[in-house]
Design a protein around this ligand. Structure first.
Ligand code: BDP
Length: 697
């Protein structure tokens, strides 16, 4: 077991009783339809059953015994039309499915049905999951459909196969061998995505290369799209805004220039000749040096609408990113996206999403939700989460991100009074958006186990599950993932759950507790660098964010500071502005406070901060102990791999703790409270450590 099979391992059900019961529920299979999607579903079902139940059930045309499994859409399965499923099917839409125990010809049968073939495929994955997670197959009545229309992975993959912020090897896309060689891995990638309902993938980096839009590459993209299509996955590309100049020979890329508009129209038409169901474009513009409409004095809506018009007639969309900040703008970086985008509310075409990162800075271990959520009622906002752990220890540290995703999704924006959660903004229900979406910056590469750290798979998995249904809990997702990926043994399951559920908070504690942010080393964002200052851009330094000085620490975003808080709706603003009500987990994000400030723990801010750093290390040590107790209940390879990674994580958590505590101590001038182990070296030692060999340096 090397992790390649992800959560689709399909190993034999170990519990003999359960196995026998399952076998009784699957004695014959009636599969109808013959599209490529149905073939994929059939193949998956048989692969799953032959592994899980060691069974090759016979395919029949009629129900002749108990335990029949009927699979297909209503249109292709005449028997189903007798079952009065119309109203249920209306409810589940184009991608939902329906699994139900029924009687047909007086025999017990199970049906898996949907309005579309893709729905059937999702239903098959769900059915297999019931077995993988040890659930009963009797008396089933499952109606399930996605809450969001667009559930998309964003690959930050370059054409030379390096991956921006990728820590799991090189890009999966072997451009040099495409379109002739189709790595079977592409199909496994599609299966994994479909199994959690991901229905789109952006193949290329947001820091885009215009070459992807040239015929030689479109040929290759077409080949990938052909593999993903049966799995319900559309392909999208990133565009470089200056492409008309770079590959089109035009003098300008001004979005209001008729020639430029025509160029994009033609380009889009050309793309659709290769990929008739091409999903559309993802654009990073006027951000971190990327070209955009502002280069021509135009705004984001001008840029997005031009591209949107080019793909509209074919059903394509544009995902225009709101990740903009500029050190030339002499204001708090956290405010810029809101300032640039809220005036454009309602000014985008119908097929444009504005894609917003979960927080206003950048994928930190903890950030308050982005104030744009709730602030653009007439423009569908799409959530952007980062699965690759750029700021959470790469693929070396174990950090389960579903609690981070949930923290954001469950936050109340108060955009329409109480209960206007971020989840309701992005699922479209709050503002009646016509489309809804979530993007996850992929953590996948060509490492054998896909994500580098075996637990990184849980971030891919949980992202997909939450994009399908943001109401799921991080814990229930963790449980099913562990069961499918590691074990159904309840003791081991609970131990792994304990590790996984506490892991993100541990990282917050040893990296950026109490609302601190961006203390990571310069450019690579790996090890600690609270001392990073005096760089090319002020907003790329750590001192910009923590503002530690002899008077205290933290970024004042209240009305006496940058006023970023005024971008939130009044109840949120009031809560966060007030020191009595601001949750301490966000304290230093919004307030600059003296080292002697009294915390809820009755400790001074200094002592409390130090306490969090030490707790973070303790938490990692506890994770290690719990993992060690699993020896024998986990296959050896992955047991040893996680064990080693945890020991690196422990070492690095200590480095983080010592670096930050000693660095901040220069300003607090207060002692590390008695009872804590003392840092092994002076601050200068930690400051000199270089992370020369980490990716991105
Ligand atoms: C930052 C990354 C950078 C990305 C950028 C983005 O450091 O590599 O290009 O986000 O999201 O987190 O565009």
């Amino acid at each position: 077991e090397d992790g390649y099979r992800l959560w689709l391992r399909y190993d034999k059900v170990e519990n003999a009783q359960q196995l026998a019961a399952y076998k009784q529920s699957v004695t014959q299979v009636l599969f109808s339809g013959n599209s490529p999607t149905i073939s994929a579903a059939r193949k998956e079902l048989f692969q799953g059953l032959s592994g899980l139940l060691q069974l090759q059930p016979t395919e029949t045309k009629t129900v002749s015994q108990n335990g029949a499994l009927l699979i297909g859409t209503i249109a292709t399965t005449p028997i189903l039309s007798e079952l009065n499923l119309k109203s249920s099917l209306e409810k589940i839409g184009t991608e939902g499915f329906f699994i139900k125990s029924v009687k047909i010809n007086q025999k017990n049968a199970t049906i898996i049905t949907a309005n579309t073939d893709t729905g059937v495929l999702y239903g098959v994955f769900h059915f297999l999951k019931l077995i993988q997670t040890g659930q009963s197959l009797s008396n089933l009545s499952i109606e399930n459909s996605p809450k969001l229309t667009h559930r998309i992975l964003n690959h930050w993959d370059n054409l030379d196969r390096t991956v921006e912020r990728g820590y799991a090897g090189f890009s999966l896309w072997e451009w040099h061998k495409l379109p002739d060689y189709l790595d079977p891995r592409y199909t496994d990638y599609a299966r994994a995505n479909a199994s959690v309902g991901i229905n789109g993938t952006v193949l290329t980096n947001v820091n885009a290369n215009a070459l992807i839009l040239t015929p030689a590459f479109l040929e290759k993209v077409k080949a990938l799209a052909g593999i993903f299509r049966p799995y319900g996955i559309k392909v999208y590309l990133t565009t470089r805004f200056s492409a008309p100049v770079e590959i089109g020979g035009l003098k300008t890329a001004d979005p209001l220039d008729a020639e430029v508009q025509m160029w994009w129209k033609k380009k889009a038409e050309e793309i659709y000749t290769y990929i008739p169901d091409f999903g559309g474009f993802l654009v990073k513009a006027n951000s971190e040096g990327q070209p955009g409409p502002q280069n021509y004095g135009r705004n984001h809506a001008d840029g997005a609408n031009m591209l949107a018009d080019a793909v509209a007639s074919k059903g394509g969309i544009v995902m225009w990113r709101a990740f903009v900040y500029d050190d030339k703008v002499p204001d708090d970086r956290a405010k810029q996206a809101y300032n640039e985008f809220t005036p454009l509310n309602g000014k985008f075409r119908k097929n444009v999403f504005v894609q917003v990162k979960n927080g206003a800075i950048d994928f930190q271990p903890r950030e308050p939700f982005h104030p744009l959520f709730g602030a653009m009622p007439q423009t569908p906002l799409m959530m952007e989460f980062q699965l690759t752990q750029e700021y959470l220890g790469f693929a070396t540290h174990l950090a389960y991100l579903a609690p981070l995703f949930k923290e954001c999704l469950d936050s109340d924006t108060y955009a329409k009074g109480k209960g206007a959660t971020v989840a309701k903004v992005i699922d479209g229900s709050l503002h009646k958006y016509s489309m809804s979406g979530m993007a996850g910056v992929a953590n996948i590469g060509n490492d054998r186990n896909w994500t580098g750290h075996p637990f990184g798979q849980a971030n891919w998995y949980s992202y997909g599950r939450l994009a399908w249904n943001p109401a799921l809990s991080a814990e229930e997702i963790a449980e099913e993932w562990i069961q499918m990926t590691f074990t159904n043994d309840s003791k081991a399951l609970n131990s792994i759950k304990e590790i996984i559920m506490g892991s993100r908070e541990a990282v917050v504690n040893y990296m950026t507790p109490l609302g601190l942010a961006h203390l990571m080393g310069y450019s690579h964002h790996y090890g600690p660098g609270p001392w990073v200052s005096n760089k090319k851009r002020d907003d790329w330094t750590a001192t910009y964010y923590h503002k530690a000085d002899s008077a205290g620490i933290g970024f004042n975003r209240t009305s006496t500071g940058s006023k970023a808080l005024s971008q939130y709706f009044p109840p949120v603003k009031a809560q966060l502005e007030n020191l009595q009500t601001c949750p301490e987990k966000y304290l230093l994000w919004f307030h600059h406070l003296p080292w002697t400030h009294r915390m809820k723990s009755e400790k001074t801010l200094w002592e409390d901060l130090v306490g969090h750093y030490y707790l973070g290390v303790e938490q990692v040590r506890n994770m290690q102990k719990t993992w060690d107790s699993l020896k024998g209940s986990i296959d050896e390879y992955r047991f040893a791999q996680v064990k080693s990674l945890l020991s690196i994580q422990e070492k690095e958590a200590v480095l983080w703790r010592n670096s930050c505590v000693l660095y901040f101590q220069q300003f607090s001038k207060m002692p590390i409270p008695a009872g804590y182990e003392k840092p092994a070296h002076p601050l200068t030692y930690y400051e000199k450590l270089e992370y020369k060999f980490v990716p991105g340096n």
